[in-house]
Design a protein around this ligand. Sequence first.
Ligand SMILES: [Zn+2]
Length: 296
Amino acid sequence: MSPTGLTHKVFINKSPQQDSGDLPNGERRLFPPLASTLIYGAEEAVLVDPGLTTDQAHALGDWVAGMNRRLTDIFITHGHGDHWFNTDLLAQRFGARVVAGEGTIGQMHANVAARPFVWDKVYPGIPESPVTAVTVPGNRFTLEGNELVIVEAGYTDTDASTVLHVPDLGLVVAGDVIYNGAHLYLSETSLAGLDAWRQAIDRVESLGARHIVAGHQNADRDDDAARTIAETREYLDVAEELFRTQKTAVDYFNEMVDRYPDRLGRTVLWATAQAVYGIRDNPGQDPVQYIAGGWL
Ligand SMILES: [Zn+2]
């Protein structure tokens, strides 16, 4: 507990059920677990990134209810549906406002538009996902008088990503700007270049937090900011090197599995490989078909 009375807890939800083919090594596809964060004081609470499916909303909602705080706000870090498509169920259950950065709200609409082509083909059990998020003045809101700051991170695993900085806790809730023991999703990033993501990591580092909650993480790992930042940087460097040296998507996939045998989320690794090599091998084609196709 901080001197001002805030604390935080993380709920790691089960991977969503998935209806798509196997990975190149014959494993079943499995999405990495999603971390939702509850920041709370004596009476009120703010929830970050509730998740994708109705089942996840029920499990998370029961956990939140058990914390016996009034949920005032639900914050969404970025537009990817796995972080927020089930938000409306929780907003209604608890009577909470939904908050996001302006750019993120635009990306939320884009992800809703992509649902029939990607999300609903792969994941059964996604509820209605109206975009009800609002911006807040100066990208700041409060929890029992403590400031919560939305920090624009730019292009990371998607465009218009943000993190939530809680200065009183020395905490950054990082969404997908920082990963922790899970494969990074690089399909969209390959269009913008990896340097944009590196700059976003620099921005997070400059906040000086001790704890980072990564949206995708291995529950066995700690939340040390220096380690998770260093490992996310290293992963980008290794990916960039292997994009140069590996000839095919399967070669890249296999080499990454060798280098990072403990990282979760090989479904994300394979989606990345198919997108990056599909775009590279088919110049002049619409890259979106390879980004979407990597999931199917
Ligand atoms: Zn993401």
